[in-house]
Design a protein around this ligand. Structure first.
Ligand code: FMN
Length: 533
């Protein structure tokens, strides 16, 4: 295991961007081999899903306060709504001669490496089976038929097609796949909440079994198409009482599966990136994830939003800003509310997706928050980490407590850090022209002995990012995930060693967005999809 841990840490070092040199990448985009954004399994029976999301009437304010609506029935239309709000198309954009899809979930480079699966017993209109979701046509492909009379719980599976990210980002691709997986776990949590359901990450089975359950280890069905890496399995809790999924029963049922469908090839040619297969293998999830559980703090419920938003509308309108106006000021109380929402409270979404202790803390570059000193702040997502971080970070930081007493927020340095934030984020102005930017600092403690934690830390950062996206929209602002940052330059600013326990894994920024008026926006699905029942 130590060897796998070392391989993981070596990958992390090798995939860092430096001020003087970027991580190994293709250097230019090989447009002839741009991956097809949609995976399909040719020959698998297809079940179109209806579009019913407009009929859901759930306020984001309710859900963010931990109050779910009465659970909807687990049936084909509501499964359709779950996939639409988590992984479905949100719009088509057009400019010049090109047209591209945007989805409810964000993705590094809009490359969407994450594929979604449903393993379900027979529901009305959906025979028991293993299904793959195709966002382009909003339908399920039945990859495997399962015995109709078997009793087992419905679960969701996620996989990554690493090639999609490697095409553009080279060696750093694995990190982006993991961040995107975290975003999708968050997107599924909010989508489930619109239906009165919860999703919960399962601590088993391990990666090899999961790949078999989802059929992504079936080399005969894949042929020369790009492989899918099994990531995680999520329980779908559709009734008020928590159902403990009987996974042993499910394993037995899946052994009897009969499979159909052949994966499409996404690119004609592939450039091989040594290091990507190795880190995928090194970080494979074990048969049982036994991570330390969170001590649930009861955080103050968030103040009601000034104007509540329909959750489904908010999810579908979420977009990444490509530029910020450089003038919008965020009121301090809204900023502090957003900060409080990033702490895993007892019942708050999306933190119910797992129960592990938070291991990602937030360095905040506050630029434009009315009533708050611009500067560098630290938000501890687990107050217990204070002594360790105090000992690790630069000794001359101020550590002045900021915000409400219950919020573990500290001012480290009052200063105008706009230029610094942009430089650290690969010279991207979005980190300077916003109201605030974030660097997510992950605890790599114990990673050498438990290398799968590398994935978990990125998933956690993705979950923080997904929450920030929705909070930004609810505040009338816009967020953008930032996967491009100069890792060790951030560590040097904070006074951290470059190969130490604390490693930055993701950046994010929130502010008043500038719209690109040149783009045309088209509806996500043809009108006739609305007639589906
Ligand atoms: C993990 C991750 C990393 C990202 N990195 C950047 C970045 O460095 N710079 C940027 O402008 N956008 C970045 N984005 C935003 C994506 O480009 C955006 O999500 C994608 O184009 C789809 O657009 P949408 O979010 O509006 O749906 C990132 C998004 C994610 C999820």
């Amino acid at each position: 295991m130590i060897e796998r841990g070392r391989a993981t840490l070596a990958y992390h070092q090798a995939s860092k961007h430096h001020l003087e040199r970027y991580a190994p990448g293709p250097g230019h985009l090989d447009w002839a081999n741009q991956p097809d954004p949609f995976r399909v399994y040719a020959g698998a029976p297809r079940t179109p899903l209806p579009l019913i999301v407009d009929r859901l009437d759930v306020g984001y304010g309710e859900v963010r306060a931990g109050r779910l609506p009465p659970p909807r029935p687990l049936d084909r239309p509501h499964i359709g709504a779950l996939f639409e709000l988590a992984l479905g198309l949100a719009a088509w954009k057009a400019y010049g001669g090109s047209r591209w899809a945007l989805r409810c979930n964000p993705s590094s480079g809009n490359l969407h490496p994450t594929e979604g699966y449903l393993v379900t017993p027979a529901l009305s209109g959906l025979p028991a089976g293993v299904y793959h979701y195709v966002s382009r046509e909003h339908l399920l492909e039945q990859r495997a038929a399962l015995p109709q009379d078997a009793g087992f719980p419905a679960v969701l599976g996620l996989t990554s097609i690493v090639w999609r990210e490697a095409w553009k980002y080279g060696l750093r691709a694995f990190r982006y796949c993991q961040l995107d997986t975290g975003h999708v776990i968050g997107a599924l949590s909010f989508a489930a909440a619109a239906l009165g359901w919860r999703v919960r990450l399962l601590d088993r089975p391990g990666e090899a079994a999961l790949a078999a359950w989802l059929g992504v280890d079936r080399t005969t069905d894949r042929g020369d198409a790009e492989p899918e890496l099994a990531e995680c399995l999520l329980a779908l809790e559709t009734r008020a009482a928590t159902e403990g999924p009987a996974l042993t029963g499910l394993a037995e049922v899946l052994r009897q599966a009969s499979w159909t469908g052949r994966a499409n090839r996404l690119s004609r040619e592939h450039r091989h990136w040594p290091g990507l297969d190795e880190v995928a293998q090194a970080t494979a999830l074990p048969d049982l994830l036994a991570e330390p559980a969170a001590v649930r703090v009861s955080v103050q419920p968030p103040r009601p939003l000034a104007h509540d938003h329909d959750l489904a509308t908010l999810i579908r309108q979420r977009r990444s800003a490509q530029a910020y106006d450089g003038v919008t000021m965020l009121p301090a109380e809204v900023f502090l509310d957003i900060a409080a929402r990033l702490l895993p409270g007892a019942n708050s979404l999306p933190w119910t997706a797992w129960s592990w202790a938070p291991r990602v803390h937030l360095v905040l570059f506050v630029h434009r928050v009315e009533g708050m000193e611009p500067g560098l702040y630290l938000l501890l997502r687990d107050a217990e980490a204070l002594p360790e971080l105090k000992a690790a970070l630069r000794p001359d930081w101020l550590w002045t407590k900021a915000g409400p007493a219950a919020l573990p927020l500290y001012l480290l340095l009052p200063y105008d850090l706009r230029a610094t934030a942009a430089t650290l984020s690969c010279h991207q102005d979005i980190a300077a022209d916003s109201c605030f930017a974030v660097a997510m600092l992950a605890d790599f403690d114990g990673l050498e002995a438990a290398p799968w934690r590398y994935r978990l830390r990125h998933w956690e950062a993705g979950l923080v990012g997904q929450t920030l996206y929705l909070e930004a929209e609810a505040a009338g602002l816009r967020g953008t995930g930032i996967g491009c940052f100069f890792d060790d330059a951030v560590h040097r600013l904070l006074g951290l060693p470059t190969e130490g326990r604390w490693q930055v894994v993701y950046h994010f920024t929130v502010g008043g967005a500038l719209e690109d008026a040149r783009l045309t926006t088209l509806p996500p699905y043809p009108e006739e999809f609305r007639q589906r029942v």
